[in-house]
Design a protein around this ligand. Structure first.
Ligand SMILES: [Zn+2]
Length: 93
């Protein structure tokens, strides 16, 4: 499988960011999990677009690496929110 970078699409931060402590719970704000191909020139960085065509600048990189062959490409805790278009693209690759 080609190297991918997992990216989180978050809800707007207005409600959940605490002014004193900053970001408290990113997990509660995840709207969707996307994947982008890794930039060969910049290890760990995604290409400008996700596999489903979103701008990766708007998304939050997630340091998740699949545990092994057959493991899901998205973090298991976000199973219900992974992007089906990205999954389709990954399966077809
Ligand atoms: Zn996607």
């Amino acid at each position: 499988m080609t190297a991918i970078v997992v990216l989180l699409e978050l809800e707007p931060a207005t409600e959940v960011v605490d002014a004193d402590v900053g970001e408290t719970d990113i997990g509660a704000r995840v709207r969707a999990v996307h994947a982008a191909a890794a930039d060969a020139e910049a290890p760990g960085a995604p290409l400008p677009r996700t596999l489903c065509g979103l701008d990766t600048d708007e998304l939050e990189p997630e340091a998740y690496v699949p545990a092994g062959p057959g493991a899901p490409w998205y973090p298991p805790e976000y199973r219900s929110r992974h992007c089906l278009d990205c999954e389709e693209a990954l399966r077809g690759a």
